[in-house]
Write a protein that binds this ligand. Structure first.
Ligand code: ADP
Length: 527
């Protein structure tokens, strides 16, 4: 099925783009989901800490207010004569009170205790803190405890005051000056069970520690709350004892999640890159195969048309001259030989591709094999204007090898030297021995091979990229067969070349004295 608009775009690009988009979206979503979840956890932790702080502040305030109500009950403003007695009872009752003052609403001078030299300091300090006129006492509800919390030089003033009315309608304010240390001890008692899990402290607005050391506000898990109605100049601070681990844990979790997301993205990209490279490789191979088919067809067509043309001339009996006839016969012979060599190459190549190998190893003298092969082609090569130098060492020992395969490899090299030579037509063939190998080299003075192509020319279907090379007939399988022949004997093919100056191909075949000479490992052709 062809989809409109997109059927011209290779499906691989569509697939890759879709995978990329979906991976990116997935990564984005999962990252935000993880961050969102972490924030949720943090928020709920924060909320439970706020609740906890509120709960403990309420407990402390409740205890203070309960204490206030007891204090209130212990005082009767109708009987000034008994005030000293009442105050003594309060002081003895362990109700955190330092002193009790009775005042009128219109004067800062206490009615009780009266000024005396003994209490001059307390009296003075009290008067400096408790300014009746500043407290809007007229507005206060009767018999309800109210609080005055102040910072004085290097200490704190904390008092509960209650406006009461005498029977004859006079309003008296009773002020209980509390003992701040005892109030702190009260807070300590109530906060103790919180201390197992939290660092707890109470500070004033200048961050001076009232109870415990001030806590740094930098942690995410830090909580603070002001006492709302009693000790309203103080702040309760708390942070979980394991806050560094909590922060570290969240940070590690975030890092791990990020790492996993990046890793999975990276793996997707790598897989896509592999798919893309594979696809490119496949495409190149397909292209090479297409070229190969057209090259082979051309290679077959040319000799076939020559054979047909010259045989037609001969059949029609138009050629009277014996020499001409002989020349035509030779052309027909040479062209059909070229065709059969090409077909043999193709069959061999087909076997190579399918992994089938017909090895016919026998005692072979490569020097003689080369001389014999040249007998058939020397004439043709010389006729094309080549200078052919052959140096075959007669001392080269016999070796177990496949003579047909070696001949085919040699003829491929020879044919290439012929094809890829230009003006400088000279071919040198050398057979020698080198350290346990028979070496067969073919040198030309032709176009040469650029450095970048030297490792590719042995690949199946590969043909040189230079247009002048492309114009020369060829199928791109000759050197891959030659390489295969070398490898099936446990040898190799080497190439030395200089662009514009020529090339030397050397076939190295190990000398094997017997069919099962194991000195050379013959690689498995299928691998
Ligand atoms: P073909 O010759 O049919 O193209 P081969 O496998 O024999 O295929 O050679 C592969 C490529 O190697 C050639 O296309 C050519 O570019 C290069 N080549 C082979 N032999 C020579 C040579 N003697 N001189 C220059 N280039 C060569």
């Amino acid at each position: 099925m062809k989809l409109p608009f997109i059927h011209r775009i290779p499906i691989i690009f569509i697939t890759v783009s879709l995978i990329l988009v979906s991976t990116a979206t997935l990564s984005f979503v999962s990252y935000y989901y993880t961050v969102g979840r972490e924030n949720l956890v943090e928020t709920s932790l924060e909320q439970s800490n706020i609740k906890l702080a509120t709960h403990y502040i309420d407990r402390i305030e409740k205890e203070i207010v309960d204490n206030d109500l007891t204090l209130s009950r212990m005082v009767d403003v109708n009987e000034p004569a008994k005030w000293p007695e009442m105050v003594d009872a309060i002081k003895k009752a362990d109700l955190n009170v330092d002193q009790v003052y009775f005042l009128r609403l219109d004067s800062d001078y206490p009615l009780y205790p009266p000024y005396s030299y003994d209490i001059r300091n307390e009296w003075g300090a009290f008067r400096a803190s408790f300014k009746v006129r500043d407290l809007d006492l007229d507005q206060r509800e009767l018999n309800q405890p109210h609080h005055l919390h102040m910072e004085r030089a290097n200490k704190y003033f904390f008092a509960t005051y209650i406006v009461k009315e005498t029977r004859n309608g006079t309003r008296i304010v009773v002020c209980y000056q509390m003992n701040v240390d005892k109030i702190i001890a009260l807070a300590d008692r109530l906060l103790r069970d919180l201390q197992d899990r939290f660092y707890v402290s109470i500070v004033d607005f200048e961050n001076n520690g009232v109870y415990g050391q001030p806590i740094s506000r930098s942690s995410k898990y830090y909580q603070e709350k002001i006492f709302p109605s009693t000790l309203y100049k103080w702040i309760l601070q708390m942070v979980p004892r394991n806050y560094t681990e909590l922060e570290q844990g969240v940070q590690n979790q975030r890092r791990t999640n990020l790492f996993l997301i990046i890793l999975s993205m990276l793996l997707t990209f790598i897989s896509l890159a592999i798919i893309y490279i594979g696809w490119q490789h496949d495409r190149q191979l397909r292209q090479l195969k297409e070229n190969f088919i057209s090259n082979v067809s051309h290679e077959l067509k040319t000799p076939l048309s020559l054979i047909r043309m010259f045989s037609e001339i001969l059949v029609m009996g138009r050629v009277k001259d014996e020499d001409k006839r002989l020349e035509y016969y030779r052309i027909i012979y040479n062209e059909s030989d070229r065709m059969s060599r090409l077909i043999a190459n193709l069959l061999d190549f087909a076997n190579l591709i399918r992994g089938i190998e017909h090895k016919h190893f026998e005692k072979t003298n490569i020097s003689q094999l080369v001389s014999k092969a040249l007998e058939a082609y020397r004439h043709e090569i010389l006729k094309e204007g080549f200078e052919l130098n052959v140096e075959a060492d007669p001392e080269v020992p016999d070796s177990f090898a496949d003579p047909n395969a070696i001949t085919m490899a040699f003829l491929n090299l020879l044919d290439n030297s012929r094809k890829y030579s230009k003006e400088h037509k000279r071919i040198d063939v050398k057979v020698g021995r080198d350290n346990g190998f028979v070496t067969l080299s073919v040198t030309d003075q032709g176009v040469g091979i650029p450095e970048v192509e030297r490792h590719k020319i042995f690949d199946k279907f590969y043909r040189g990229s230079d247009p002048s090379v492309r114009r020369i007939r060829g199928s791109g399988i000759g050197l891959s067969i030659t390489k295969h022949v070398a490898e099936m004997h446990g040898g190799e093919v080497l190439v030395q070349s200089e662009p514009g100056k020529g090339s030397t191909f050397t076939l190295k075949i190990p000398i094997r004295k017997s069919p099962d000479d194991s000195r050379f490992q013959i690689p498995d052709s299928k691998s």
